[in-house]
Write a protein that binds this ligand. Structure first.
Ligand code: SRM
Ligand code: SF4
Length: 565
């Protein structure tokens, strides 16, 4: 869709209302009117159709099998057991394929039909979770380090991130009127949007908070990243990063993945004014003519980092201190049990591609329901979704730990004990059958592809190699594939670009190694590299680093020198 029309739709939407209510009430079609398809994104939902059924329905002269994806706004992916149980109920009552944990710590439901959309939204809100601004040209779900090994400072960072998420919500009451039957104020004027204005942002906007040494949120892939600096248990401030993003278009060199640059250092008190200044600067400076060039990363490349910093300082009244060195060990999750400083135990479970559904790979939905029920009865613990599509059962006493451990074994949720590092850290976006933009499989292909690469690792005696592998069904990059040591980026059914050589800390982009290749060609390309890695790697050298050192690929260096842990 041309940019001007999206801009017009936003401007004329009366605070994101559009004609959504009459579109929803129209019994003739399972779809919404075109403009409303844009507006519903700001309410956290996408109209989709089942691409597996497209051809069959076309031949039968039926309209496509329309349904809706709904995405929660769950900053930091934190959910109480009660909330999990309610979301589990939503999946059973209204959705297909269970629950889906996303790469930004949200839950997605797929396959909700139009006439049940409102009831589904109500059921989600009954869990005290909303979906407002989970999609659309606004600030999206705020990602926060989920890994539980740290301390009181973790809670402080999470609280700040959740407050920022609230602060950046649109003011419009449209969401509450349309989905929750709130009465419209007399006169019906849309609420003022001091942060967004009437056309919201030029494009989606993403914020992430990392707590070193873990970079599980892939902070360099965020429009706006905050890296926490701790002095013992005390949060002293954040290094602010701007201009990260993954999305690109095949064959269009003017679109590209980009790592965020350091803008400066701020104290915790300066967080909200500085974040607001970055958002409003992007609101006013971002490209509103060409949507493909509208993300903050392009704004920064156009105006320059120094000019952008000056803009942020003027708007916020904060003078940014120089950024501090950063130290990350990896951008994955830590699986299994860890104990926090307060003696509470946390268990990180591996969930392949974030899909929580009963199947051959485990009774995931039933099992997690039993775990949530047990936490509820014991009055302790919570769930935390990770930005790597996994799940942490957090905050357990020794007794709670024993009971959760038993449930996890009973329901086959202990994949983290059996799987090799390659499988544990692999990511895949949703792609087919629901994603309208998918060019190739991702989530459904991940297990088979991981098995084949693992077979190569086994054959060359490096079966425990911890290589970060990521698959995306297209170059939009929803599994952050350009930060994978090995990545497949979909080109066409069964064909991918093979990207190699990112680091394992999320601080170096990979580079194209083979274009438009099928599985046999991918495996043939990987085998000699894995053999060389097995023979020639240095102690503790990671696969991506090895490929760069040995000149196989030459990716651009990362944004700043990191102090290595
Ligand atoms: Fe994404 C569009 C799924 C994280 C970059 N993304 C989509 C849509 C909505 C397709 C569409 O526009 O029609 C996908 C829905 C598929 C489906 O059927 O569910 C979709 N994105 C996802 C999720 C569910 C992938 C997953 O497997 O977990 C993630 C939901 C995150 C959330 O909870 O908010 C998801 N998307 C990401 C990320 C990773 C991140 O944010 O850390 C990226 C790369 C970072 C970035 O934004 O640059 C990402 N998604 C995109 C883009 C490319 C944006 C760009 O700048 O060009 C699109 C396409 C677009 O916006 O036009 C897109
Ligand atoms: Fe869809 Fe492409 Fe995102 Fe995968 S990367 S979910 S195929 S938009």
């Amino acid at each position: 869709m041309a940019t001007h029309s999206v801009e017009d739709i936003k401007r004329q939407s009366a605070g994101l209302r559009g004609t959504l209510e009459s579109s929803l009430a129209d019994p003739i079609t399972g779809a919404l009117r075109e403009d409303d398809q844009i507006l519903i994104k700001y309410h956290g939902s996408y109209q989709q159709d089942d691409r597996d059924l497209r051809e069959e329905r076309r031949v039968a002269k039926l309209e496509p099998a329309y349904s809706f994806m709904i995405r929660t706004r769950t900053p930091g992916g934190v959910l109480t057991p009660t909330q999990w149980l309610k979301l589990d109920g939503v999946a059973n009552d209204f959705a297909e394929r269970g629950l889906r944990i996303t790469t930004r710590q949200a839950v997605q439901f797929h396959g909700v039909i139009k006439r049940e959309l409102k009831a589904t939204m109500k059921a989600i809100n009954a869990a005290l979770i909303d979906t407002l601004a989970a999609c659309g040209d606004v600030n999206r779900n705020v990602a926060v380090a989920a890994n539980p090994q740290v301390s009181a400072a973790h809670a402080t960072v999470y609280a700040q991130a959740a407050a920022l998420s609230e602060h950046l919500l649109p003011n419009t009451r449209a969401y509450y009127e349309i989905w929750l039957d709130e009465e419209r104020v007399a006169g019906g004027d849309p609420a003022a949007e001091p942060i967004y204005g009437s056309t919201y942002l030029p494009r989606k906007f993403k914020i992430g908070f990392a707590i070193p040494p873990t970079n599980d949120v892939d902070v360099f892939a965020q429009d706006l990243g905050f890296v926490a600096h701790l002095d013992g248990d005390v949060l002293t401030g954040y290094t602010v990063l701007v201009g990260g993003g993954m999305g690109s278009t095949h064959g269009d060199a003017e679109t590209y993945p980009r790592l965020a640059d350091p803008l400066g250092f701020i104290t915790p008190e300066q967080l909200i004014p500085v974040a607001t200044a970055v958002v409003t600067a992007q609101r006013d400076l971002g490209n509103r003519t060409v949507r493909k060039h509208a993300r903050l990363k392009y704004t920064i490349d156009r105006v320059g980092l120094d000019a952008f910093r000056t803009e942020v300082e003027q708007r916020s009244g904060v003078t940014l201190a120089p950024p501090k060195p950063l130290s990350f060990e990896h951008n994955g999750d830590r699986f299994g049990w860890v104990e926090g400083e307060d003696g509470r135990a946390h268990l990180t479970l591996r969930i392949t591609a974030g899909r929580v559904q009963d199947g051959d790979a485990g009774l995931w939905q039933t099992g997690l329901r039993a775990v949530a029920q047990a936490l509820l009865e014991a009055g302790e613990g919570e769930f935390r979704l990770t930005p790597n599509q996994n799940l942490v059962i957090a905050g357990l006493s020794p007794a709670g730990r024993a009971s959760v451990d038993a449930l996890v074994t009973t329901y086959g949720l202990d994949q983290f004990r059996r799987a090799k590092p390659l499988a544990l850290n692999a990511l895949a976006c949703v792609a087919l059958p629901t994603c309208a933009l998918a060019m190739a499989e991702a989530e459904r292909y991940l297990p088979a592809f991981v098995d084949r690469v693992q077979a190569l690792l086994d054959r060359h005696g490096v079966n425990e190699a911890d290589i970060h592998l990521r698959i995306s069904g297209c170059p939009n990059g929803c599994s952050r594939p350009f930060l994978g040591e090995i990545a497949l980026v979909g080109k066409a059914p069964g064909r991918y670009n093979l990207m190699l050589g990112a680091d394992h800390r999320g601080a170096r982009l990979n580079a194209l190694y083979r274009e438009n290749v099928d599985e046999a060609q991918i495996l043939a390309a990987l085998e000699p590299l894995i053999a060389a890695y097995a023979a020639d790697r240095r102690a503790d050298e990671r696969f991506g680093d090895f490929l760069v050192r040995s000149g196989v690929v030459a990716p651009k260096p990362g944004p700043i020198p990191l102090v290595l842990a």
